[in-house]
Design a binder for this molecule. Structure first.
Ligand code: SF4
Length: 248
């Protein structure tokens, strides 16, 4: 993994995501290296890694906290920010650089609402801040129950069991975490429901269109069925039925 420091000119980026005013991405690149990652296009914004395989580099926006503070100072009223949209805010480098943690502190100081979406139990490190924020949601991406599938498609992301243990920790701390089940990777929906339902207030389901990037890989694994419309809609329907009014 090649880790380099860069400086950011902006921290808050306007968002079209419903309910979110801005997104904040403390890192360019993502050490989780998911094979289906939708954020690969971000390489074009890199000066050094336009040709590098996704998941092999991370650029650390070392001045992001100062930039964010200056931007918040200029805002007339608080808004709502998502960490993050094109990287995982708790990917491994966050353990050292703590940019996400600093952003949470600053957003909290200025009374902003915060939404977090991650695959990493490292988010539990920041429970001391999160439990003191009035307007925060924490979501975990868990697109399969099967850690063998995770190892192939999300090779450097934390195991499914570790995510579920973290979900429980957040739940026990009173944070009402939610789970994003997307895309519909090969899975046993009933088992996924059984594993996460005790700890979630809601789940968001989205088949996402990720087929182009993984078609060859899925074919070599005999998983072609999981790229069909029928699989996506059947899985979506099964999960919707199992989760009932928690599913969105
Ligand atoms: S965690 Fe998210 S941003 Fe990171 S590689 Fe996986 S899908 Fe992409």
């Amino acid at each position: 993994m090649e880790i380099t420091a860069i400086t950011a000119r902006t921290a808050l980026v306007r968002s079209k995501i419903p309910g979110v005013d801005y997104v904040i991405n403390p890192y360019l690149g993502c050490g989780h290296g998911c094979r289906y990652c939708y954020a690969v296009f971000m390489r074009k914004y890199s000066r050094q890694h336009q040709q590098a395989p996704w998941g092999t580099f991370v650029e650390v926006k070392v001045n992001l906290p100062e930039v964010l503070r200056a931007e918040l100072r200029r805002k007339k009223r608080p808004g709502r920010a998502l960490l993050s949209s094109v990287c995982d805010p708790y990917q491994p480098v966050e353990g050292k650089y703590r940019l996400t943690r600093q952003c949470l502190e600053i957003l909290g100081e200025y009374g902003w609402g915060i939404d977090i979406l991650t695959r990493s139990p490292l988010v539990c490190r920041d429970l001391d801040i999160l439990t003191g924020l009035p307007e925060v949601t924490v979501g975990f991406s868990i697109p399969t129950d099967d850690d063998r599938v995770r190892k192939i498609l999300e090779p450097h992301a934390p195991p499914i069991g570790a995510r579920i243990a973290a979900l429980k920790k957040l739940h026990d701390a009173g944070l009402h975490p939610w789970v994003f089940i997307a895309p519909m990777l090969p899975m046993n929906p009933a088992r996924l429901h059984e594993l996460i339902s005790p700890y979630v207030s809601r789940v968001m389901l989205d088949p996402l269109n990720y087929r182009g990037q993984v078609r060859g890989l899925f074919h070599s694994l005999g998983w072609d069925y999981a790229l069909t419309d029928a699989y996506a809609s059947e899985t979506w329907e099964t999960l919707s039925r199992l989760f009932g009014n928690k599913a969105h």
